[in-house]
Design a protein around this ligand. Sequence first.
Ligand code: HEC
Length: 129
Amino acid sequence: MSACAPQAAPPAVTAAPSVAVPPPPPPSGPLATETEYLGWKYFQVYCARCHGEDALGSLAAPDLTYALSPEGGVTRDSFAIVVRNGTTSKEMQGFARLLDDSLIGAIFAYVEARSQGRLARGRPTRAPI
Ligand code: HEC
């Protein structure tokens, strides 16, 4: 057999049998806006260690879903002031050097959505862009 003998033709490539892949289940519960999702991320970084992963509070700090309810009385403005400057007790320090007003607004949007029961516990599902 010569070194240059033609090779046998490779077997014809046949298409893989088509398998119907079911679409992923739709997310249960409402979708987070981009702002709420951003707020959730920053909440995890700066707030969750005291206020709990889902803003429900811990032994270290109060439940922010209650704080933002009508009974809690925290408004968008008072929230921003506390987050910028910290609490008068200084148990919570201010975040003015770490968070600008738009990020504080995003964190507020996340906590407000949790407080109103629009976002469930855990990682929110983002609305498609
Ligand atoms: C080191 C722990 C700690 C961290 C981190 C922390 N907090 Fe706090 N926060 C507290 C404590 C403790 C209080 C209550 C203090 C008091 O009443 O004197 C508080 C109070 C608050 C209040 C006022 C609640 C009310 O009912 O008046 C808001 C709003 C708040 N925190 C938001 C945040 C946000 C947003 C973050 C993240 C950017 C954050 N906190 C990070 C400990 C913390």
